[in-house]
Design a protein. Structure first.
Length: 320
């Protein structure tokens, strides 16, 4: 996936799928499942580092995460967030920060804000760095916005429209719209030649993005707009408390013993089908026969392998 493919997708009406990724293991799974864009988001602060916002995330942390994701990705376009405090001072600071992320393996960077960021977007584009914009609810401005609230209502809609146009004219290659009323998101989408990617912005954007842990049911709470396509968190809990966990390794897992490859393949396939077909809520014994890293595969592959229409139809429930 390259930048020109984004424009082609909008022209052809092909819906884009974007998911966050913060490490090589997850990135490899999501990439193999056909995800179009992998976002190394500063949401790593909330999701992986235990912070209550994205504000504490450092550029060094984003560089490490970007490097990990990029190493594991073969198909998807890797987009890395510029964290808070690394671009607001102006184009010079934005360029220096963006260069570090690009050297780490990113194919594009993402920054938040509208018209005031246009000069930085233009400078990055002129330096050969693709930029994805981010309007609506911008998490790095959560304190100014008064919390997690829908943006773009009333007169603010015209401001958001102008901001979107300014970013596009400055050279942005795509635009994330977060927590924006669906009619406004549709207007922005129709007015731009670059694709829009919605999160809590309805089904009429050119694509959808979700934090992968929300999508996969890894946490006890997720935003209203984040439809859960599975329960990977519960699968992990079952894996770590299952009857196999307290037992000694089976002979086939002992050093020097060769597993029966045909039997192993057959049993694994059965376990995978068990999860994807949803024959019961409880996995059978064969599901516990594999290392813990296997437990994410049936769920995640099943989630990202869903028809694209299902992703975008589910976003109709996003509006607050």
């Amino acid at each position: 996936m390259r930048v020109h493919h984004l424009a082609s997708a909008k022209k052809d009406g092909t819906k884009l799928v974007m998911l966050t990724a913060y490490d090589a293991v997850t990135a490899r799974i999501l990439d193999a499942a056909g995800t179009d864009l992998l976002l190394v988001g500063d949401s790593i602060g909330n999701v992986m580092l235990g912070h209550d916002s994205t504000l504490p995330v450092e550029l060094d942390e984003m560089v490490v995460a970007t490097r990990s994701v990029a190493r594991a990705t073969k198909r998807a376009l890797v987009v890395a967030d510029l964290p808070f405090g690394t671009y607001e001072a102006g184009p010079e600071q934005a360029l220096a920060s963006a260069v570090r992320l690009m050297k780490a393996g990113a194919n594009a960077v993402k920054l938040e804000g509208g018209t005031p960021r246009a000069a930085s977007v233009r400078a990055l584009a002129q330096a050969g760095i693709p930029v994805v914009g981010h309007l609506g609810f911008t998490p790095q401005s959560v304190n100014m916005l008064g919390g997690f609230r829908v943006q773009g209502r009333g007169e603010a809609a015209d401001v958001l429209m102008a901001d979107a146009q300014a970013l596009a004219e400055a050279g942005a290659v795509a635009l994330v719209l977060e927590m924006v009323p669906e009619p406004l998101a549709a207007r922005v989408t129709e007015s731009l030649t670059i694709p829009t990617v919605g999160i809590g912005a309805g089904a009429r954007c050119d694509g959808q993005v979700l934090v992968w842990t929300d999508m996969a049911g890894m946490t006890d709470w997720s935003p209203r707009f984040a439809h859960q396509f599975g329960q990977v968190g519960e699968a992990l809990r079952q894996a770590t408390t299952g009857p196999r966990c307290a037992r000694s390794p089976s002979p086939r897992r002992s050093t020097g013993s060769a597993p029966d490859s045909d039997k192993t393949h057959s049993t694994m396939a059965g376990a995978l089908n068990h999860r994807l077909e949803g024959r019961s809520r409880e996995p059978d014994a064969s599901f516990y026969a594999y290392d813990h890293d296997f437990f994410g595969f049936p769920c995640v592959l099943g989630l990202t392998g869903r028809p694209r229409a299902a992703w975008h139809a589910d976003s109709r429930d996003a509006q607050s």
